[in-house]
Each structure stands twice: as C-alpha cells, then as structure tokens.
Ligand binder design. Sequence first.
Ligand code: NCD
Length: 301
Amino acid sequence: MANNLLSINDLSKKDILDVIEFSNNFIDDEGNFRKENLFPDKIVANVFCEPSTRTKSSFAIAANNLGCSVIDFDIDNSSVQKGESIFETVDALNLMGVDLCVLRHPESVIRELAECLPKMVFINAGEGSISHPTQALLDIKTIIDHKENLDGLNIVIVGDLDHSRVTSSFVEGVSNFDLGSLIFCGHPEMCTKYQNPKIGKYESHLESALENADVVMALRIQYERFEKELNLDLETYKSEYQLSSEKLGSAKGDAIVMHPGPVNYVEITEAVYDSENSVIRQQVANGVAIRMAVLSRFLGS
Ligand code: NCD
C-alpha cells in the first residue's frame, strides 16, 4: 500500500476489501465503536478548507477512538486569513510534529503537498469535484453489509454527477468488481461527463434506469460548484429526477438507497429517506469504522 491515501486508485481490490474487513473489528456486537489506544503518540490534524459535517467529525472521532491526539484545524481563524498558503500552513503543522494530515481542499493540492512533505501521511478527505476515497470505501462497505458482495449487482447513481467527487471515487472503486450494471442518471446538463462513460452507461429516464436496481445512490445538486447561476425549475427537476417511493417501485423490492449527505430533499423525498430501503444513516456510522481502519493502516505502516 502507498504511504498516503490520495485516490481510491491507490488501493487494489484486495486493499479495499482488507480495509473494509478490518473496519468491522472496530464495531462491537451492539454496534458501538471500540476505543483502542493504538496510537497514543500520533498527532492527526484535520485540515478542512471546505465545509463538512460527517467526514470531518468522523475522522476526528476515529482518531480519538484510536488514542491519537487530534488537531481540529480552524481554517477561518488561522493565518490562511492573513494570506498564508496551504503549503506553508501544512508545513507549519509538519514542523510541529503532526504525523498525519486529513485534508479537504477545493483544489488539487494534496499530491504536491505529499511530495513536498514525505514524512507526513496525507489522507484525502475531498478534493474539489475530483475525489473522495474514504467515502467510496464506506459506500462499498455499506453495500457489502447488505448484499455480501458487489459482483452481479445493478447500481444506479442519480443526481448532479458532474460535480460529485463521491461519484468519481465510487466509480473508480467499483471498477474493481464485476458489477451486473452501472447506470448514471440525472439532468443531462449535470451529467455531461457521464454521457459516454468508461464503465457503465447513461440513462436519462429515472424509472428506466431503476429497473431491477439493487443499489440506488442519490446525490444533491452542488449549487456551490456551478460557475454560472443555475436556471432550474425545481418542480420539473423533482418530477424527473427526485427519488420518490413511486419511482423506487421500479427497483428490486430489497434495493438499498444510499446518499452521502447532506440531504436537500430535492434529490430524494423524505419518505424514501425514512423508508426501510434507506441505508443512509448506516453510511454515516460506517464512516467512523472505515476511517478508524484507514487511519490505523496508514499510521501503522
Ligand atoms: C459529500 C462531499 O462532501 O463530497 N459529502 C460527504 O462527504 N459526506 C457530498 C456532498 O457534499 O454533497
């Protein structure tokens, strides 16, 4: 395994399955996370240059559960506000003895940082619209929890795919498996990168896309990443692309519904979010176990 987790492509299929299996050790029979004092001498810095609830908190909880010291780096009250670059910022943390940096940044800076600071471990917690490897790991774990393995599964991803690092890392991750099908669905202007995908296919009609689906992942519209204002009639959008109970009726009865959060209830109805098919809240919990496994693997190597 590489020294850093910059992309899901840094992991082989075996690595992915090993991390997922390892993560299961951190959940006890009651579903609580085990606290293991494995790395009391390690310092983890959470450096989030974009908003986050689940990813940031789960990394902090995971690091605490492993006995690490955690720095919740407060970008808004840091010298970044005085014009300091991300490189000088992370270098300063490195000089102070931080062992591992969990980084979320709107731009692709993590690779260069990792090259400049080889003693520090870097874990990518979201790189613009490009990648979000630990989300892919927790998504694959959640699917395995319910479906045992990914081979033969029909998976549908619907929403604003062009801006979704969740989609890109998920696609890279599942390309290791022998899926039944992978269908991309959503407003054509939000799926321009997925019209002729390397794997899978694009289907504009949601009910057709959902036929026989085992796994359905819904994604919000990432308003903050659109370069020009989005002229969208929300009611028309919802009638075509919102995952409703009625549309979900085309999928298999035991299909699981996923969403990385945050949920806006434009891309999915409250009824589907709350339905028995929904594993969305389990994804959040799996985030802690996966990040405990990832931190252990990369701090231990
Ligand atoms: C996603 C992200 O930040 O990429 N959320 C997450 O990590 N759980 C998806 C999103 O912001 O919509």
